[in-house]
Design a protein around this ligand. Structure first.
Ligand SMILES: [Zn+2]
Length: 369
């Protein structure tokens, strides 16, 4: 007793059994809970996680079960407690347990959104999914997209492997490049940009403002404009919410119904959905408008969009496409190349990176300083 001084009426100690999902695999673990300074989640003798009581939030659950998540844990991590005394002990300690239960305005928004979604689901039945995807996409809440982005981030790491390269000079150069493009693109979300040490030539922008560049694409790039054009193209997809539209289209009716009833949160459907966010290819129209977006952004920065076409053309080179490169999700057609070349203009803006910054970015996965 006495190791958990947070609440005099709630002494520390073993709290009993619960079911735990770590949020990265679908494995269901039987764990014991210990109420110490933090909530310790133990499997046999091993502590799997320790959650701060202040970060623990109640999640939707069937009656008779207390289901909680933790703000500082992976988005899908959760605990399920069926033992009433154990649940009561936990509730006693979690002072902000119900903080994210939506207030009146939140509920009104959800109801409004659900009504709009219902109308659109009728459209699925009447007109088929493609039209409904177009109608539904603008209605999907930003918060939901951010959540998708969080889960998709784990998918990116699983599918493509490679760890995050965190050499400071390279990261500073990458952040500078991404910020310049984002500001010129008029995207107001805060951006998290990372380079992954994966040999796959690819780049991603995920909902919620996560931008990934893979070392494999960086290795093939000859200058900052080539990478900038690709990143601007990805942000075009974000701006047009093409990923979300794809999700609705590919996930079809079951995804829509899950979305409508809020069943998506914490379910494996979200993992499935985020996978398609990372691997599904975009339509010809989506590619064209992302290209137009990129061309526009590059012109505004006083740079040419042509280098992007040259980089993509180089990626098609000798290596056979293993299905994960940027070209599998963004098919490069003759007319795309032709458009980028025809929009070529001599640069009249400052270089996006200095020669030194570009060298640091190129070396981000191969240098320790
Ligand atoms: Zn694209």
């Amino acid at each position: 007793m006495g190791r958990g001084p947070q609440n005099a009426s709630a002494p520390s100690g073993t709290g009993g059994f619960a079911i735990y999902f770590d949020g990265t695999s679908s494995r269901r673990r039987l764990v014991t809970l210990e109420f110490n300074g933090r909530l310790e989640i133990n499997e046999y003798e091993r502590t799997l996680a320790a959650w701060s009581y202040a970060d623990i939030r109640r999640a939707d659950s069937p009656s008779g079960t207390l289901r909680v998540t933790c703000l500082s844990a992976p988005a899908l991590a959760r605990l399920e407690i069926r033992d009433v005394p154990v649940a009561e002990q936990l509730i006693l300690r979690c002072t902000q347990l119900d903080d994210n239960i939506p207030g009146r305005r939140g509920i009104a928004r959800i109801v409004g959104w659900s009504l709009a979604a219902t109308v659109s689901i009728v459209a699925v039945v009447l007109f088929g999914v493609p039209l409904a995807a177009d109608r539904l996409t603008p209605l999907v809440p930003q918060a939901f997209e951010r959540r998708l982005g969080d889960v998709a981030e784990a998918q990116v790491k699983t599918l493509f492997g490679g760890k995050v390269c965190d050499n400071a000079a390279g990261q500073a150069a990458f952040t500078k490049l991404v910020t310049a493009i984002r500001e010129s693109a008029g995207l107001d979300t805060s951006i998290q940009s990372r380079v992954l040490a994966s040999p796959v030539p690819n780049a991603f922008a995920l909902p919620g403002g996560k931008v990934y560049l893979f070392d494999g694409l960086l290795a093939k790039a000859g200058n900052a404009d080539e990478i900038a054009g690709v990143l601007a193209h990805e942000m075009g997809h974000l701006r047009h919410r093409d990923g979300t539209r794809n999700l609705i289209y590919n996930g079809g009716t079951s995804f829509l119904i899950g979305l409508l009833f809020g069943d998506i949160t914490g379910s494996s459907a979200l993992i499935f959905a985020s996978r398609s966010l990372v691997t599904a290819s975009y339509s010809r129209e989506a590619e064209q408008s992302a290209d137009m977006f990129s061309i526009d952004v590059m012109h505004r920065l006083g740079r040419s969009p042509k280098p992007m076409g040259e980089l993509l053309f180089r990626v098609t080179g000798k290596e056979s496409d293993n299905g994960l490169s940027i070209l599998s999700s963004h098919p490069l057609t003759q007319d795309r190349l032709a458009r980028m070349s025809s929009e070529d203009r001599p640069p009249n803006g400052a270089p996006l990176l200095t020669a030194e910054e570009w060298a640091s970015l190129k070396a981000i996965c191969h240098s320790n300083n």
